[in-house]
Design a protein around this ligand. Structure first.
Ligand code: PMP
Length: 309
């Protein structure tokens, strides 16, 4: 089903009606996947008068870094991109939770698959979005037979549009097999990440996640949860994870802006511990949700409040 865009988008340097934000079929990014994107949630504040965005400067920073990998030359710096997002949120003045999708893309009409000498641009759209993963039921995952794209092929560290075909292969295989999502292994056979989320597991009270050199996207949620867990006194290890460690873990969850924090109940048909959401998963969910929804939190400095209406 197609998604419905909010009325206004940012396109070619200005805010325009979303219906007018259109590109040519010959656009380089459409032909070759030469774009880099971000995925940012905006949570409606309980006052109803603001949209809360978690770690906006970090999202903008990663977007621009991904653009750098594509050798994008944008006439906009981090402040300009943050302002464009802020102005767009104000213009759309949503009365519910939203998702904001900025995209740096090769906007020129150039035939050759290359990165330089092509006009780059930034586009941003917004959609209404609540939980799209049912957080009350632990997820059923499978280890995909699709291998994670590696750094010397298409860097997962950059959120590069074309690379998401890799995620799509894995996601389709999983859903058609009756699972909710896939876990991908990297070329070394170690656990990389989900199709659109990072993975954590708990063993003997220690929280473990793959290192940034495991062909993962350097998730902003992942980075935050490492900090929250350490503050809760939970030891954290960032190290290579074997596939079989998944089967014997005490807890597993996926995390990311989109999925938020979603407990995993089984992998490859093997139940994880008692199959229910674990204690550390629940603690981290509590910290995360109260923060992103704009409630009082020791991490409130991570939230940008954009007044609306
Ligand atoms: N990995 C992949 C492949 C993703 O697409 C995402 C979603 N952006 C994540 C991890 C999680 O990243 P973040 O916490 O920054 O949203």
């Amino acid at each position: 089903m197609d998604i419905t865009l909010m009325p206004y988008a940012f396109f070619e340097g200005e805010i325009v009606p979303s219906d007018n934000a259109k590109v040519s079929i010959a656009t380089h990014a459409l032909q070759y996947g030469t774009g880099a994107f971000g995925g940012i949630r905006g949570y409606l504040d309980k006052s109803g008068t603001a949209i809360n965005i978690f770690r906006l400067p970090d999202h903008v920073g990663r977007l621009l870094q991904s653009g750098l990998m594509l050798r994008a030359e944008l006439p906009m710096g981090p402040e300009d991109v943050k302002n464009a997002i802020t102005e767009l949120v104000k213009k759309n003045a949503p009365d519910r939770n939203v998702y904001i999708r900025p995209l740096i893309y090769k906007a020129g009409i150039v035939l050759s698959p290359k990165l330089t000498g092509i006009r780059d641009d930034l586009a941003i759209y917004m959609i209404p979005l609540d939980d799209y993963v049912d957080l009350s039921a632990p997820l059923k995952l499978m280890v995909s037979s699709w291998q994670r794209v590696e750094d010397n092929i298409i860097p997962s560290r950059g959120k590069i549009t074309g690379a998401y075909i890799n995620s799509s292969f894995a996601k389709d295989q999983a859903t058609e097999g009756g699972y909710d999502d896939a876990i991908m292994l990297n070329r070394e056979g170690k656990v990389s990440e989900g199709s659109g989320a990072n993975l954590f597991l708990v063993r003997n009270g220690t929280l473990i996640t793959s290192p940034v050199t495991a062909d993962i996207l350097e998730g902003i949620t992942r980075r935050s949860l490492v900090e929250f867990a350490r503050d809760l006194g939970v030891p954290v290890e960032e190290r290579a994870i074997d596939r079989s460690e998944l089967y014997v873990a005490d807890e597993i969850f996926l995390c990311g802006t989109g999925v938020q924090i979603a407990a995993v109940g089984s992998i490859d048909g093997r139940q994880i511990a008692d199959g229910q959401r674990g204690t550390i998963t629940k603690h981290l969910q509590d910290v995360y949700f109260s923060l992103v929804r704009g409630e009082d939190s020791p991490y409130s400095h991570y939230v940008t409040k954009i007044p609306i209406g």
